[in-house]
Design a protein around this ligand. Structure first.
Ligand code: FES
Length: 168
């Protein structure tokens, strides 16, 4: 089936086109719209964006595959991204990943069977002063220095695991 933006995504896309001076500048926000609308950035989704922005598909694929903030495969309802760069690594990112692997019953890069959680490691999220930290969907959770602080972040989300996956 041919990909096409939903009406809400099309609205966001048109607003982006008005805001940016050219389609090249509109590429990053348009990829976010595509990711939100299609669930993740497949090659087909990136080719669709290239067509809509009249950019070479190779340019869009280069950008889309370079940044970790774009998901190239489906992710769970909650995409847990642990920063593993230097400040977070020094402050306990490894311990944090280990605790999450235990808690969620998956390894890095995996998604829970119920489709609720995907666990990923990412590069610096520009919150080094509050290391260690992680991002869940669009929200930052910082200063996760103790197992208890991680438990507090996940308690409400784990309580949500009986609800069906409604996307982002
Ligand atoms: S090193 Fe983790 S936010 Fe910068």
């Amino acid at each position: 089936m041919e990909l096409e933006f939903s009406s809400q995504a099309e609205e966001r896309f048109q607003a982006i086109l008005k805001r940016y001076p050219n389609t090249r500048a509109a590429l990053l926000p348009t990829l976010f719209v595509a990711q939100d609308d299609f669930g993740y950035l497949s090659v087909g989704a990136m080719e669709y964006v290239a067509g809509r922005l009249e950019l070479p598909p190779s340019k869009v694929l280069n950008v889309g595959t370079f940044y970790t903030m774009y998901n190239k495969r489906p992710v769970g309802k909650y995409h847990v991204q642990v920063c593993a760069s230097i400040s977070c690594a020094l402050m306990g990112a490894h311990r944090l990943v280990h605790q999450l692997e235990q808690k969620l019953g998956i390894r890095l890069g995996e998604t829970t069977e119920d489709g609720q959680f995907t666990l990923s490691e990412v590069e610096c999220l520009a919150s080094c002063g509050t290391a260690p930290m992680l991002q869940i969907n669009d929200d930052y959770h910082e200063n996760l220095k103790t197992p208890e602080s991680i438990d507090a972040v996940f308690k409400p989300l784990l309580g949500d695991s009986k609800k069906p996956n409604q996307g982002r």
